[in-house]
Design a protein around this ligand. Structure first.
Ligand code: LRH
Ligand code: MN
Length: 435
């Protein structure tokens, strides 16, 4: 456990000092934007306060360097263990004020001492979001392989092993104060005929029912669908329909998690979000961006309008008081060539932006235009919000929480990464794999 040698952390004083030089410029930009928005009947301070309440959980596996099946090029000063990962997550939260929770993945983050991990989290101002089980890899000493699946495996022994792991994740999550279990499985087939499509789904329902029965009353089970990979012909939980069918079969604590990269290119994800909200089963998101497959690129880096349209469904649901629990916002990205800390705080800010932009939509006017089928004016009403430069609002929202007006400039000035390099032995490259 590496809690003695912590890189010089980016503390509140360092951030306050960095903000001093930027305050006057921000005040001027904020004033200008405030005047423009006032003309549109919008109170800029109200938006800034709403943005300051926006939160997204960080993926513990995202602060290390990711890779592809071809190679992984470890970045400098990589975290050695879950304690280093928490240190890095705390830096992201100090810079943005928007990421107070970390989503852990077991066994990747399995500590000897759960209590020590919880204490360290609290000391860093962090708490724990949904925990993720992992029955898509075999680990040392594991009796039965997940090569041909886990919760849907034809061998009851393998299913029992996978169910036991998920129940163990619930136990560890409880010790950390988490309130949800995310279940993503890669179970599926590479050949037509390899797997009985219907029976595989029934085995999934039987296994997840046993996990569901072990859930504490105040917990949720988040079912994550994915179109393909690692299976390349059929995936048991390949789309939102299969996920929703399973959630409705399991019970009210089972909800659907939408990972943006788990759909075919061009799928209208905001429509899926609207449908899941209609039945109160939208449990959360794994935010990232992609152009082709599950590329796990930085959120908002490829198609920020798509991200805006997804948040627009969330804002509209809140406006029309739709009966859906507040979805759990989480990032799930793979940083192959950037500093993961920079990618994660930049992505958290992209989410703050998408959220802020949806608050600029004149929903009364839009509803009236939709009713009278004024297609172009309706589209323009939405686009007008999207094309507003809300950077001053995002910076103000961070400043209001003692976070950085300019996180990238502040982070690079801190020398945090260089300090990590000095204290964390360089890790070797490997053949491949996402983490
Ligand atoms: C599967 C997935 C899932 C995680 C893994 C790291 O592609 O999105 O959410 O368990 O990535
Ligand atoms: Mn995911």
């Amino acid at each position: 456990m590496s809690n003695t040698s912590k890189p010089n952390s980016i503390d509140a004083d360092f951030i306050a000092e960095a903000n001093t030089a930027l305050r006057a410029e921000l005040d001027a930009d904020y004033e200008t934007l405030g005047t423009q928005l006032r003309r549109r009947g919008i109170d800029i301070d109200q938006i800034a306060h709403a943005v300051s309440r926006f939160q997204v959980a960080l993926p513990s596996w995202g602060v290390g360097t990711g890779g592809t099946r071809f190679a992984r090029y470890p970045g400098p000063g990589e975290p050695r263990d879950v304690f280093d990962k928490l240190d890095d997550c705390a830096v992201i939260h100090r810079l943005t004020g928007a990421t107070p929770e970390v989503s852990l993945h077991f066994p990747w983050d399995q500590p000897e001492d759960l209590g020590a991990l919880k204490t360290r989290g609290a000391a860093l101002g962090l708490s724990f979001a949904a925990v993720n089980s992992n029955t898509f890899q075999d680990r040392a000493g594991q009796k039965l392989s997940y090569k041909f699946g886990s919760l849907c495996h034809t061998d009851a022994g393998v299913r029992d092993q996978a169910v036991a792991h998920n129940i163990d994740c619930i136990r560890m999550g409880q010790a950390l104060g988490s309130r949800a279990l995310t279940v993503w499985i890669g179970d599926g087939a590479n050949f037509p005929g390899q797997q009985h499509t219907a029976r595989a789904f029934e085995r999934y329902l039987e296994s997840t029912a046993r996990i569901y029965a072990a859930l504490p009353d105040d917990w949720n089970m988040l079912l994550e669908h994915k179109m393909y990979e690692p299976a390349f012909y059929a995936t048991v939980i390949q789309d939102w329909g299969s996920s929703l069918m399973a959630a409705q079969t399991l019970g009210p604590k089972a909800l659907c998690l939408v990972d943006l990269g788990h759909h075919a290119p061009n799928v209208n994800i905001e429509m899926i979000v609207a449908r899941l909200i209609r039945v109160g089963r939208l449990g959360g998101f794994h935010f990232n961006d992609s152009r082709y497959g599950d590329d796990d690129l930085d959120t908002g880096s490829i198609d920020p309008y798509r991200l805006f349209l997804i948040f627009n469904e969330l804002a509209d649901a809140e406006w029309r008081r739709a009966p859906n629990p507040a979805p759990a916002h989480m990032l799930d990205q793979c940083h192959n060539i950037t500093d993961p800390i920079e990618s994660l705080f930049t992505s958290a800010i992209e989410l703050q932006r998408a959220h802020a932009l949806t608050l600029l939509v004149d929903r009364e006017a839009l509803a009236a235009l939709q009713t009278k089928n004024d297609a172009l004016m309706a589209a323009q009403t939405l686009k007008r919000a999207f094309t507003t430069d809300v950077l001053p609002i995002l910076a103000r929202a961070r400043q209001m929480q003692g976070a950085a007006i300019d996180p990238l400039r502040t982070y690079r000035a801190s020398g945090y990464r260089e300090a990590c390099v000095a204290q964390r032995p360089a890790s070797r490259g490997s053949g491949g794999g996402i983490v």
